[in-house]
Design a protein around this ligand. Structure first.
Ligand SMILES: [Cu+2]
Length: 121
């Protein structure tokens, strides 16, 4: 039965690859997960380096009030409830630095909350 299990594994891997059509993702498996903490008035970490073409999930958790995280250039926006979490799933398709800002007013330092994504080849 070993042989059948190997075949099933190969089929499953094939299905995962089909799940990302048009992208050169070489059987990377699950997306990379990066946890981000949002707290008045900063994100931790404040900078994240990502690889172009590699699927990623940013898991944003609020440690206090409601926050958001928006990357205008990437057309991404998440809102996080007070003490809750939210996810941003995407595949970076261009290199460069992208600065995200808090998109939910959270107090006096709201305008200073930013997170920089460095997308590299
Ligand atoms: Cu804010």
């Amino acid at each position: 039965m070993k042989r059948n299990e190997t075949l099933m594994g190969a089929l499953a891997a094939g299905l995962i690859t089909i799940g990302f059509p048009g992208h050169v993702v070489k059987a990377q498996g699950a997306p990379r997960q990066v946890e981000v903490t949002a707290k008045r008035f900063a994100y931790a970490p404040g900078e994240i380096t990502l690889k172009k073409g590699q699927p990623v999930v940013l898991i944003i958790k609020s440690e206090d009030v409601a926050h958001g995280l928006r990357f205008r250039e990437l057309n991404l926006n998440a809102k996080v409830d007070k003490g809750g979490s939210a996810q941003l799933s995407f595949i970076p398709d261009k290199t460069g630095d992208f600065v995200g800002h808090c998109s939910v007013f959270c107090g006096s330092g709201h305008g200073a909350m930013s997170l920089t994504l460095h997308v590299v080849e």
